[in-house]
Design a protein around this ligand. Structure first.
Ligand SMILES: [Zn+2]
Ligand SMILES: [Zn+2]
Length: 216
């Protein structure tokens, strides 16, 4: 399961129309248009920080290339993970919901609120998250610093992560608010507990959005 941009479906539809002869464009725009992007990280590579352990969590601060000057992607092993995430998260300015990673979803991607509809999230979900984020900013539940994150355990989502159907639930329940450092520590713990060979993680950016497990 991946939250895909609607544009991908539209392109597929256009192609079908081509085949029906309704919309014949130049013949060769199918090949070579979209390049297969090479994977940023590969299982089995060493930790970029210490070169002394297997890299297990790849952090892409550019969020799939959207924020190109956000810094270089870094692959962390478990020993270097918590400090690495804390350093990266210390620069996070925006407010975000973080869905704790679970299962074997191999990515933890950031979706900005204003882009969520394009990724097949339904309106009820976007509205519920918008309201949720307005509540963030009080004291961190674990250390008392200012919170930036609403921490959502897997109980707050439909774990099959359906597209075009509501994913979030129980958002009126008790939700922990965390500061960036405590969110980073909680994420490091969650990634370690999952123990996946490789997970690709992103960072919230200045706007509001949600960090969400996804993948195949
Ligand atoms: Zn390391
Ligand atoms: Zn804290």
């Amino acid at each position: 399961m991946v939250f895909r941009r609607t544009g991908d479906d539209e392109r597929a539809q256009l192609r079908e129309e081509d085949e029906d002869g309704l919309n014949v464009v130049s013949g060769d725009d199918e090949e070579g248009g979209e390049e297969e992007s090479a994977d940023l990280f590969e299982a089995g590579q060493l930790c970029d920080v210490c070169q002394g352990e297997d890299g297990r969590v790849g952090l892409d601060p550019t969020c799939r290339g959207v924020y190109e000057d956000a810094g270089d992607p870094v692959l962390f092993g478990y020993n270097c993970l918590e400090q690495g995430l804390k350093d990266a998260w210390s620069k996070v300015e925006g407010v975000a919901a973080v869905v704790e990673p679970f299962g074997d979803y191999s990515a933890h991607y950031y979706y900005r609120l204003d882009e969520m509809p394009a990724y097949q999230f339904v309106r009820e979900d976007v509205e519920a998250l918008s309201w949720l984020m307005l509540t963030v900013g009080d004291n961190c539940a674990r250390c008392g610093a200012q919170s930036h994150v609403a921490w959502l355990t897997p109980d707050f989502v439909d774990q099959r992560l359906p597209e075009n159907r509501p994913v979030f639930r129980n958002l009126d329940g008790e939700i922990e608010h965390l500061c960036p450092a405590c969110a980073a520590a909680a994420l490091a713990g969650a990634y370690r507990t999952l123990g996946l060979p490789l997970i690709t993680a992103e960072l919230p950016r200045a706007a509001m959005g949600v960090l969400m497990p996804t993948g195949d």
